[in-house]
Write a protein that binds this ligand. Structure first.
Ligand code: SF4
Ligand code: SF4
Length: 350
């Protein structure tokens, strides 16, 4: 019950006239997101350990009633009395709950991230510990579990909001995942609103071009630089030219504006204005109209920014990036977490 409802009930006959008004919290991620990682199925990808639906999942049969209960039980702890017992404690996604916030059994966003194999080896890769830095080039099954049977069950159990569902496919790289195309086809067959597909873009995927033409995908990749030598240092493979060629092909699709390219800032490598300028110029030349400024997420995960500030020059780099985007009429995209970090620690707006 929310505070305002509690006040109302205070006027019922035979009830004491005092009420305890308690603050309740809400998290849209908890309500809407299901993340299928290689080691567990859980609520969110906040970097915080939110509620877990299944620890160490390896394709076992799931008790769906129990599964459903986990979300409701997690919400029960989101109040000022019980928050210390919640795995969501201190998460910056928590906000005060409004009366219009309804807990839904269905998920609107599914993160598919159940494999770790990849055909490159970015030095900032958070998965490197799991993939042990191996670079694989052939199509493989996930080393952990097959996603397709789980997806079919989720649809059968009516846990996915088909009309509003976003499928976020990220993991190792799609180009080495055997299930990639079958998964996309299953989503299309059963109902999906849109895809977000992340790839290192080393291998051209005709199905992505088709999804772009159908205007049902946001295709996201990280190039992080504008030259081959730096690319080799960042990604540990010599595929800069191939990646740029693929970008050109996707940019020419009917909805090339849905291709967006990240610049992930890595200390002592691409954290300088010249490289950012070259990157934006390259994007303009090849027809990319959306770019993302990002700070190395691995760094953010393992650094307490209240104690160890971000490098001082990051503010200038951010402002330079923003300015170039404005001048070149390129859309600048932000991940919510980066936005929070930039606002709080670089611009000191929060
Ligand atoms: S409050 Fe944070 S940790 Fe909890 S589900 Fe939401 S985003 Fe995840
Ligand atoms: S492309 Fe992605 S999965 Fe592959 S190494 Fe880079 S960050 Fe890791």
């Amino acid at each position: 019950m929310f505070a305002s409802q509690a006040k109302c009930r205070g006027f019922e006959p035979h009830r004491p006239l005092f009420v305890i008004i308690m603050k309740y919290y809400f998290c849209d991620e908890l309500n809407n997101v299901l993340s299928c990682f290689h080691d567990r199925i859980m609520s969110c990808c906040s970097g915080q350990i939110g509620p877990v639906y299944y620890e160490g999942y390896r394709g076992e049969k799931i008790n769906w009633d129990k599964f459903r209960q986990i979300k409701y039980k997690a919400f029960e702890l989101l109040n000022e009395r019980d928050i210390d017992k919640s795995p969501c404690k201190n998460c910056f996604f928590l906000r005060e709950r409004k009366e219009s916030d309804i807990i839904s059994p269905k998920f609107k966003l599914i993160n598919v991230s159940h494999w770790t194999q990849c055909n490159c080896g970015c030095i900032y890769c958070a998965r490197m510990l799991d993939s042990k830095g191996e670079i694989s080039h052939k199509l493989e099954k996930s080393q952990y579990y097959d996603f397709l049977p789980l997806l079919k069950e989720l649809y059968k159990e009516d846990l996915l909001d088909k009309e509003n569902l976003t499928a976020f496919i990220q993991g190792g790289d799609i180009s080495v995942l055997k299930e990639f195309e079958p998964m996309v086809k299953e989503f299309l067959k059963q109902g999906v609103k849109e895809f977000y597909i992340l790839s290192n873009n080393i291998k051209y995927q005709p199905i992505i071009k088709k999804l772009l033409d159908k205007d049902i995908v946001h295709y996201v990749t990280a190039l992080d630089c504008a030259n081959r030598e730096l690319y080799k240092k960042l990604k540990r493979v010599d595929k800069f030219n191939q990646s740029v060629d693929n970008l050109k092909k996707y940019a020419k699709s009917k909805n090339g504006g849905k291709v967006h390219v990240k610049y992930i800032l890595i200390e002592n490598l691409n954290d300088n204005k010249d490289e950012i300028t070259n990157f934006i110029n390259l994007m303009k030349r090849i027809g990319i109209s959306a770019v993302e400024f990002m700070i190395d997420n691995k760094y953010l995960l393992f650094t307490n920014l209240d104690e160890t500030p971000l490098p001082k020059h990051y503010k200038d780099l951010y402002l330079h990036f923003e300015q170039l985007c404005k001048e070149n009429n390129i859309n600048m995209i932000f991940w919510e977490r980066t936005k929070f970090v930039v606002d709080k620690y670089l611009l000191e707006k929060i």
